[in-house]
Design a binder for this molecule. Structure first.
Ligand SMILES: CSC[C@H]1O[C@@H](n2cnc3c(O)ncnc32)[C@H](O)[C@@H]1O
Ligand SMILES: [Zn+2]
Length: 430
């Protein structure tokens, strides 16, 4: 058996306690063999975790990873204008190679900030999947479908591509890649297509992921035209099952929260994107109180503007308190759970907890920094004070993806150089 030992650190356990312990990993199986203070087995490789906190790898449950190329491309606009005036025209000019390098750039950023798994909605998914296979993370990938403005033939071709991609890539990269069918939203895919698309996906056991209840501009027309709330419409369309997960859920009323809790549909909270686009404040504490599975996501780097899940935890805690008008709402252990087990649960991928027999997906956070001193409460530090740049080592599926801040699976400098070139060329074309 080929083993890895993460030695000399403190370990964050699923019950949010912290203990002095080593973590022993079976690299062949990609699982945790043991966690404890007195492990005497020799290991084939050791990662030094002295002065560090070993946490589950962070799980970014909603992203458009190749949008790193559009970071800073268009800021300071609301969602609809931002998409229509800037983002969609630029995305129309992206080549498969652009998406590949954008994805690689995002994956380097994720590895460097302790993220080991993510869910992604984009296009040119084969290129994203190749990049994920090389980088070594886990992902749930899907082709995002928009039928708005398309004729019937193009709309059906987009849906077919989403289903084909979901079939073809499920289980790729030694099982680290899973898939979903991804209608973009309840307003950008017409009802006549949504109903059939969702039924076809579910018939084949493919989960569905979509944006929902993100802005009032999106919610109000649904209510006006149908006389029902968006998530009642989603339920009618069959898109509210416990395999499905939606992004945002900002403008949800109490009845919709009950629908989510009853159905077991996951909600991915994206606080930075919601603040930047001024979309609104999701009622996260209410969702948690109702028993809804809540994960955390960055959304794309063009509306965030980074993929750092530590930032996201802090934003979620701060915004959750404002939304609830209660400083005790969305507390540190809640956001850490959302960024780990909550997200893993929402997108149904392994990871999110450090436990014997579980996935060896972890981040080693170096605590030897002024902003993490003194170590009064390490869960508080993860939620409120730590940064992605504090991550020293990242491990996914038992494989070391970053050691002492050196990314081992992708060439960081080369990826950045290719991304700069791709964007220079894109800017000439758009
Ligand atoms: C068709 S692939 C996915 C599609 O979603 C766009 N997108 C990025 N951020 C958001 C957001 O916050 N709400 C809705 N849609 C978003 C992305 O640019 C792609 O076009
Ligand atoms: Zn999104």
């Amino acid at each position: 058996m080929n083993t890895l030992r993460i030695a000399g650190g403190q370990v964050l356990r699923p019950d949010a306690t912290v203990e002095d312990a080593d973590v022993l990993v079976d690299r062949d199986e990609g699982t945790i063999l043991d966690i404890g203070a007195d492990l005497d087995a020799e290991a084939d490789e050791t990662l030094d975790a002295e002065g560090c906190l070993v946490t589950p790898g962070l799980v970014n449950a909603h992203c458009h990873v190749a949008m790193t190329l559009l970071r800073g491309y268009a800021d300071d606009k609301p969602l609809d204008a931002w998409l229509r005036e800037d983002i969609w025209p630029a995305e129309g000019a992206l080549t498969p190679e652009d998406v590949r390098v954008g994805a690689e750039l995002g994956l380097v950023e994720m590895i460097k900030s302790g993220t080991t798994a993510f869910a992604d909605m984009y296009f040119h998914v084969p290129e994203v999947a190749d990049a994920v296979a090389e980088a070594g993370l886990r992902a749930r990938l899907g082709h995002g479908v928009v039928t708005l403005g398309k004729d019937d033939e193009d709309a059906r071709a987009d849906i077919d591509e989403s289903l084909d991609v979901a079939r073809e890539f499920d289980g790729a990269a030694d099982g680290r890649i899973r898939t979903a069918a991804m209608p973009h939203s309840l307003t950008t895919v017409a009802e006549e297509y949504l109903r059939e698309f969702v039924a076809d996906a579910h018939d084949e056991g493919i989960p569905v992921h979509y944006h929902a209840n993100e802005t009032t501009d999106e919610v109000d027309p649904i209510v006006d035209e149908r006389g029902e709330r968006p998530l009642s419409y989603a339920k009618d369309l069959g898109m509210l099952t416990d395999d499905d997960f939606l992004a945002h859920g900002v403008h949800v009323d109490d009845a919709e929260i009950d629908l989510l809790a009853e159905a077991g549909t996951g909600v991915v909270h994206c606080p930075a994107s919601n603040m930047k686009l001024a979309s609104g404040m999701a009622p996260v504490q209410k969702l948690l109180d109702a028993g809804v599975t809540v994960g955390l996501g960055t959304d794309g780097a063009a509306s965030n503007n980074d993929l750092d899940m530590f930032d996201e935890m802090r934003d979620a805690a701060m915004l959750g308190k404002l939304a609830a008008d209660d400083a005790s709402a969305v507390a540190a252990p809640d956001v850490v759970r959302m960024a780990t087990a909550g997200s893993a649960d929402a997108i149904d991928l392994p990871g999110g907890a450090l436990e014997v027999g579980g996935a060896a997906d972890l981040a080693v956070v170096d605590l030897d920094a002024p902003h993490l001193t003194p170590a009064n409460d390490l869960v508080s530090h993860l939620a409120y004070a730590a940064r992605g740049s504090d991550v020293r080592h990242t491990v996914c599926d038992g494989r070391v993806l970053m050691r002492d801040r050196e990314v081992l699976t992708l060439d960081e400098d080369a990826v950045m150089a290719r991304a700069r070139e791709a964007v220079a060329s894109l800017r000439e074309r758009v």
